[in-house]
Structure formats: structure tokens, C-alpha cells
Design a protein around this ligand. Structure first.
Ligand code: PEP
Ligand code: MN
Length: 338
């Protein structure tokens, strides 16, 4: 249910309603918009009791939330969420760019990458320190050492550091160094991990599972929002289909579809989405044209010798050119790249 407060409802009336919601065993999420406050009521609703709230002072009306996800839905919050972390702004007309290697490999590799992608205009720096690899014999990441190197890069460029957390036990450690916690595709439905990042005060980049529907992704985001963390970005990174000419199939219709249903910003990953460096620039530009609020792109000083995902990784020159093209497309669709 959504309890829509009157435009002139007082803060006391708003807290009183939230308190009453708690008293009947439900959870209130108070969402302050520029014109009105709404209270999203989540939990196992007993309609009759919530509907009776219409008579409480300050309440304008009580409506059902039709979508299966609640706090993530546009029905609850019409204004777009803009995730801002340091110089990185994702949403609200900003196309936030996060770039860097798949994995942090060495001090020189991550510092060179940070400098190069920052010079080309990426306000976010990516790099995996904890890597979820398909094979247990593949490089698993530098772990805390990698996090320290990311923090060192941030100290120099000022970029927002985006890095993956793969298990609930690591959330505190990763949050100590990172600005944005990435939930990888393989973990989109790891509900204990989602709950753990929901308790955290760092922004989250939630990647779509390769076999997950967009409704399932929104319900995964709901776990994080329900924990109290509202700084959530959704990421389309491609899904598994019968098609094999690309590593995954990158459905860009997801971008406007999601934007119509959720206020959360939508980021596109053309690197994992295609699996081929040659396809990344076009799909990055296409994502911007489709209205993406952000891009996450793999870039490495020497892609051929990268420890992971080299085949889909741009070198510095290709990244610079991709940024120039995306900037022109962004301008054409009334947005700005940062
Ligand atoms: C990554 O970003 O390097 C990664 C592992 O991505 P995904 O979870 O989308 O496969
Ligand atoms: Mn990767």
C-alpha cells in the first residue's frame, strides 16, 4: 500500500502515520518527494487495517501498489533516484561512466588504468579484487591487497571506486575501501548478500543475473532498498540465450522498460554484454542512445595479457574514442557524460 500524505501534512503527522504502520506489524518507508511525502507500507498487509488510515490526520489517500516490487517502483517514487558518489553522478540526465580493468592485477596496472580512464572522462574506477570465476583454477583476485590499490588510485584521481563483493562476510571489509559495492551477476539472487549490502551506507551496483527476468532483478533490488539503502543502481549486463555470436545477449530495451517502472538509475555493461572488444564501442553508444543512466566498461593497459576478460576489454586508445563517440550521442539525446 502507499499512503499519500497531504501536501501540507506536518512532520509530526508523517511520523505518527509511520508509527501507526509499525504498530500493526508492517514496515513504513517514508519517501519525501519535492511536492508530497508518501509512505510505502511493506509486509504482509491486512488491507482493511491499512485502508482505515485514510481517516488519519494528514493522510490524503491510501492506494495499492500494483507492482510486485514496492520501494523500487515508480508508483511509490516518481522522481528519479540519482546516485552521486564523489564526481560520479548516475541518473537525472547524467550518464555516469565507470571504467577500468576486470581485475586489479598490480599497482602499476590499476594506477595506469585509473589515470587513463579518468583523463578520458570516467568519474568511476572499476576493478575486481574479489573475483567470482567460473573455474576455481582461474585467478581469484588480489583480495584486500587489491582493495588497497584501488583506494590508492582514488587518492590520486578522486574517482569513485566500484568493486565487487561476493559474500556477506566480506561486506564490511570491501565497504572500508570502496565507494560502490558491485553485486555480480552470479550473486543477484544471493539474498543474504543483498540484505548485507542493504544494511551498508555505500551505494550498490546490482548486476542482472544472466538467467533472471527484469522483475526478478527489481525484487532483488527491493531486498537492498528494504534494508534501508536507497543508493541502488541496476545494471543490464546481458543474458544467456540460444545465440552464441556474443558472450551474452545484451537487451537494450531493458533500459526504457526499467525506467518506466522504477526510479532507480539503469547502467549498461557492454563489455560482459558482448564479450568482444570490437563490439563494445557501438553497444556503449547504443546504450547511451537508449537512455542509459550509466556505463560500466572494461579497460586495461594491455588487454591481451589481462588476467581476466581480456577479449572484451578496451585499451586506452579505444576507450578514449568510445568516450568521444558516447559524448556526442549523449549530447544528441540531451544528456551529459561524466
Ligand atoms: C565483472 O564486472 O567483472 C563481472 C564479473 O561481471 P558480471 O557479474 O556481470 O559477470
Ligand atoms: Mn569482467
Amino acid at each position: 500500500m502507499i499512503i499519500v500524505m497531504k501536501a501540507d501534512a506536518s512532520p509530526e503527522q508523517i511520523s505518527k502515520v509511520a508509527e501507526q504502520v509499525e504498530n500493526i506489524g508492517l514496515k513504513p518507508h517514508v519517501i519525501k518527494g519535492s511536492e508530497r511525502t508518501v509512505i510505502a507500507v511493506v509486509g504482509d498487509e491486512q488491507d482493511a487495517t491499512v485502508s482505515a488510515m485514510e481517516t488519519v490526520p494528514g493522510v490524503a489517500r491510501v492506494l495499492p501498489i500494483l507492482a510486485p516490487y514496492k520501494v523500487a517502483s515508480r508508483e511509490v517514487q516518481q522522481e528519479q533516484t540519482v546516485v552521486t558518489v564523489g564526481p560520479l553522478a548516475v541518473g537525472g540526465g547524467n550518464v555516469g561512466v565507470i571504467a577500468g580493468p576486470c581485475s586489479v592485477e598490480s599497482r602499476e596496472q590499476i594506477l595506469d588504468s585509473a589515470r587513463a580512464v579518468f583523463a578520458s572522462g570516467a568519474a568511476g574506477l572499476r576493478g575486481g579484487a574479489f573475483k567470482p570465476r567460473t573455474s576455481p583454477y582461474s585467478f581469484q583476485g588480489l583480495k584486500e591487497e587489491g582493495l588497497k590499490l584501488l583506494a590508492e588510485a582514488r587518492a590520486e584521481t578522486g574517482q569513485a571506486v566500484v568493486t565487487e563483493v561476493v559474500s556477506p562476510e566480506d561486506v564490511d571489509l570491501v565497504a572500508r575501501y570502496a565507494d560502490v559495492l558491485q553485486i555480480g551477476a552470479r550473486n543477484m539472487q544471493n539474498y543474504r548478500l543483498l540484505e548485507a549490502v542493504g544494511q551498508c551506507d555505500k551505494a550498490v551496483l546490482l548486476k542482472r543475473g544472466p538467467a533472471a527476468t527484469v522483475d526478478e532483478m527489481l525484487l532483488a533490488a527491493e531486498y537492498i532498498l528494504d534494508g534501508g539503502n536507497r543508493q541502488v543502481m541496476l545494471c543490464e549486463r546481458g543474458i544467456r540465450t540460444f545465440e552464441s555470436h556474443t558472450r551474452f545477449t545484451l537487451p537494450l530495451a531493458t533500459v526504457p522498460w526499467l525506467q518506466a517502472r522504477t526510479h532507480l538509475p539503469v547502467v549498461v555493461d557492454p563489455s560482459h554484454g558482448t564479450g568482444h572488444a570490437a563490439l563494445v564501442p557501438s553497444m556503449a553508444a547504443a546504450a547511451v542512445a537508449a537512455g542509459a543512466d550509466g556505463l560500466i566498461i572494461e579497460v586495461h593497459p594491455d588487454p591481451q595479457n589481462a588476467a581476466s576478460d581480456g577479449g572484451q576489454t578496451l585499451d586506452f586508445i579505444a576507450f578514449e574514442k568510445t568516450m568521444a563517440m558516447c559524448r556526442r550521442v549523449a549530447e544528441a539525446v540531451g544528456r551529459q557524460l561524466n
